[in-house]
Each structure stands twice: as structure tokens, then as C-alpha cells.
Design a protein around this ligand. Structure first.
Ligand SMILES: [Zn+2]
Length: 466
């Protein structure tokens, strides 16, 4: 195996700037960046008219994850292959604590899933806390940051399943503050949503559009405000996942203005998909049942503006792939609440942000790279190794053809899931080659990674400044 590769003549794009430069990858690291580097025996790759980008970092995925008895279609092998195909070289997945199970036992189950289907990109995990009842949970949580898990996730939604009430949220936030962890929060007002769902069902409103109507933007904004207040009292760092609405963006901005240490993400589905899609034939509209739900045009405009103005810090996929046929269905006579929530997206995050962000003039090239790679790496404790094209960092590099036109089709994707929520969408810009720690893992757009090429990555504690 050649351990030295020279990417020659490309346009290197980082969060800091864009320039013509060669990039030398040696022994898994970026060894040099500059004009006219000597090949010195390296395999030379012509990157003329291509962007050379740091590998994408997707900090929000659900691989081999079981919700309501169904397991997502991508395991760690297929899901990380899909990630590579889309230019993402590191993901941070979730180890979700099953209720009644302790922290170590939950981590052990998550690791078994990782080992059973070894990943082809690098993988870390946030620990999602759903139950403080098992003995020693808070003590074990306290030990996670120094064991390479410097982030916890909590849910304010799904009462009776994964929601923690405000008292328990405060307890987790206190542990996080004391031990330097970040708390990622699913901010939706679960009890308020339960009331709205109850009203919809009791008045016979069961169609899929009710999924959006029963989770209005105010339930997101109220939850963000509440958790930011709790985090402020605890002195904890907070990260709001999948912000979906204009009110949500405003709530993040307001919390930050009050001094909260809060960052926030959105996802391509909130930037691109309209809630009216839920009005389609149920067998297709079920694809758009994800949580929070898709919103309206004004919300999307505010999300794009939030990415540009820095109110939103990064873009994650929330890849949660359930098949449309056989998994995301209403059970006989069922209503909108019986459809599994979630949408695939791990494979298309970079190209969608390039098409709808960069090419439409909403984001600069550097901001695109920052949102998809640099900011998630830094925010979640990977900035010492990932997210930039700098000497000494892991040689995770994407060669991106900004001119190639193609159309998103489920039939051609790497993910195992049976549909794409962007089916038929034309895009310009394609991932051509990907290197993971110096080894070519995508060539001519095809994944060529060897099984198990990915590694579990230990992450460092970080300050919240992304
Ligand atoms: Zn999620």
C-alpha cells in the first residue's frame, strides 16, 4: 500500500480560506500544504479544477439503532460507507441508554453493534441519557468525558420513552458542567406535544400533516428557552440538535444574548423540505415524518440566514434510515403517531449544502466547509485531529468536483435504505475521491474502503466556541 499521496493542483478550501495548493498525505497525516510540492515518490493525483476539502464530520447519526422495536437499516458498515460516498470521514453516533440499563452496559451493547459490522469511516459516540434510575448512572456519566465521551444527549420530547423531566435534565447538566461535557439536547416540549396529539386524535385528525401540526415551532422555541435557562443555572455547555424553525433560531439567539453557552445545528431536511410534503399519498408522505417535522418557507429562510450569520454553528444529518416499505408504515388503521420518525441523509449532506448553499449564493465556500467539517470537529472534541487541511492532522481529505451534474436517486445510493427524501433532485458537485487517514477509500465516486477501515475515535473535552 502506498502510504504517500500528493494531491496536485487543486483548490484547497478550508474554513479560513481558499487557495491553489498541493497537499501531501504521508503515513496517515497531512504532511505538507503548499504550491508546487515535490512528489518524492508519492502517488500523484491530479486535482485540477477540483476542490480539496477536509473530510466531513457528521455529529448526529443513528446507525444500527432501535426505536420502537425497529432497527435503522444502516449498520456501522453500510452507514459509514454511505458517509464516505458523501464525503464524510468521521461520524459521531449515539449510544442511547435503554431504560433500566446502566451506562457501562449500554456502552457495551453499542460497542457490540460497532464490532459486529465494523465501520469504514471513523466513529465516535455521544451518550444519550434516558433514565437516571439505575444505580450509579450519574457517577458513571461523570467518568465518561475522560474516557473519550465528552458529550451527553438528553431528550425533552417523547415522555414515557426517552424524555427526562426538568429535574433530571438539571442533574445531567450539573454533571456535565462539573466534568467538562457538552449536553446535546433534543429541544421539543414533550408534554405540550402530547396534549396536541391527544386533541388531534380525539377530534379525528389522523393524517400525516398532523405530525407537523402537533409539533408547532413554539414547542421547539419554548423548550430551547427552558433548557438554556437550566444550563445557565448549572453552568453547563449546551448544543441544540436539529433546530427546525425560525422561532427556534430566535430562541437560540436570545439564549446566547443572555449569556448561555449554547451552540446549535440544523439539518438538510429542515433547510430543503416543506411540511406540505406530508399531504402526499401516505405511502410516500411517510418519508417526511421526522422529528422535529418539516416546516414552511419562512422557517427555511431563517435557517439559511442563521447558518450564514453564525446563529447556527453547524449542519448534521440526523441520519435515521427506516425503509419506507415495511418500516415507515402506518399499522393497520393507524394514525400519524404510529409511523417511525426519521429520515436518511448521511450520504447527501455535503452535496446538498454545496448545491443549495454555495451555488445559490447563501453560503461562501469557506462557510460550507466550516459547517460540514471544521465546526463539528471542534465542537465535539475532534479539532486536534480532524476538520481542517493542516499539517499534522489526520489525512482525511475529499476531492470534490464542483462542476459534475447528477441527480439524487435512491437506486444509486450506498445506504441500504429503500428511499431518498431528495429523490429526483438535480445537484451540481460530486464527491470524487476520499482519503481516510491517508488511504483512498472512495475512487471515482465509488467506495473502495476495506472492511473495518474506520476506527473508534476518542474525543477531547472542548470549550463551546465552535
Ligand atoms: Zn437524532
Amino acid at each position: 500500500m502506498n502510504t504517500m499521496t500528493l494531491l496536485r493542483g487543486g483548490t484547497v478550501v478550508t474554513a479560513l480560506g481558499t487557495r491553489r495548493a498541493d497537499v501531501l498525505l504521508r503515513d496517515g497525516r497531512i504532511a505538507a500544504v503548499g504550491p508546487s510540492l515535490a512528489a518524492d515518490g508519492a502517488e500523484v493525483v491530479d486535482a485540477t479544477d477540483r476542490y480539496v476539502l477536509p473530510g466531513g464530520v457528521d455529529p448526529h447519526t443513528h446507525l444500527d439503532a432501535t426505536f420502537r422495536g425497529e432497527t435503522t437499516r444502516d449498520d456501522f458498515a453500510s452507514g459509514t460507507a454511505a458517509a464516505l460516498a458523501g464525503g464524510t470521514t468521521t461520524i459521531v453516533d449515539f449510544c442511547i441508554q435503554p431504560r433500566g440499563v446502566g451506562v457501562s452496559a449500554a456502552l457495551e451493547r453499542w460497542r457490540e453493534r460497532l464490532v459486529a459490522h465494523p465501520p469504514v469511516c471513523d466513529v465516535g459516540a455521544h451518550f444519550a441519557v434516558t433514565d437516571l434510575a439505575p444505580s450509579g448512572v450519574l457517577e458513571e456519566l461523570a467518568s465518561l468525558p475522560e474516557r473519550g465521551f465528552p458529550s451527553f444527549k438528553t431528550y425533552m420530547a417523547y415522555p414515557g420513552r426517552s424524555m427526562l423531566d426538568d429535574t433530571d435534565q438539571a442533574r445531567v447538566l450539573a454533571v456535565a458542567a462539573e466534568h467538562g461535557a457538552t449536553v446535546l439536547v433534543h429541544a421539543e416540549d414533550g408534554p405540550a406535544i402530547e396534549r396536541l396529539i391527544g386533541e388531534a386524535l380525539s377530534s379525528g385528525r389522523t393524517g400525516l400533516r398532523e405530525h407537523a401540526r402537533t409539533r408547532p415551532p413554539a414547542t421547539e422555541a419554548d423548550a430551547i428557552e427552558r433548557i438554556a435557562t437550566l444550563a445557565g443555572s448549572a453552568g453547563a455547555q449546551l448544543h441544540v440538535v436539529h433546530v427546525s424553525s425560525a422561532l427556534g433560531v430566535e430562541a437560540v439567539a436570545a439564549a446566547r444574548a443572555r449569556g448561555a453557552r449554547v451552540t446549535a445545528e440544523t439539518c438538510p431536511q429542515y433547510l430543503l423540505l416543506d411540511e406540505a410534503l406530508l399531504d402526499g399519498p401516505p405511502e410516500r408522505a411517510a418519508a417526511f415524518v421526522f422529528t422535529p417535522p418539516p416546516r414552511g418557507a419562512e422557517d427555511r429562510a431563517r435557517l439559511w440566514a442563521g447558518l450564514a450569520d453564525g446563529t447556527l454553528d453547524l449542519v448534521a444529518s440526523d441520519h435515521c434510515p427506516f425503509d419506507l416499505v415495511g418500516q415507515k408504515r402506518t399499522v393497520d388503521g393507524g394514525d400519524f403517531t404510529t409511523i417511525l420518525n426519521g429520515a436518511p441523509g448521511i450520504e447527501h449532506r455535503l452535496v446538498l449544502l454545496h448545491e443549495h448553499g454555495v451555488r445559490r449564493g447563501r453560503l461562501g465556500l469557506e462557510r460550507w466547509v466550516e459547517l460540514c467539517a471544521t465546526a463539528p470537529a471542534r465542537r465535539f472534541g475532534l479539532g486536534h485531529r480532524k476538520g481542517a487541511i493542516e499539517v499534522g492532522l489526520d489525512a482525511d481529505v475529499v476531492v470534490f468536483d464542483p462542476a459534475r451534474r447528477w441527480t439524487i436517486r435512491a437506486a444509486e445510493q450506498v445506504s441500504r435504505v429503500d428511499h431518498a427524501v431528495y429523490e429526483g433532485m438535480p445537484v451540481t458537485g460530486a464527491v470524487e475521491r476520499v482519503f481516510l487517514r491517508g488511504t483512498e477509500v472512495v475512487r471515482d465516486g465509488r467506495v473502495v474502503a476495506a472492511a473495518g477501515q474506520g476506527r473508534f475515535v476518542l474525543r477531547e473535552r472542548t470549550a463551546e466556541t465552535a
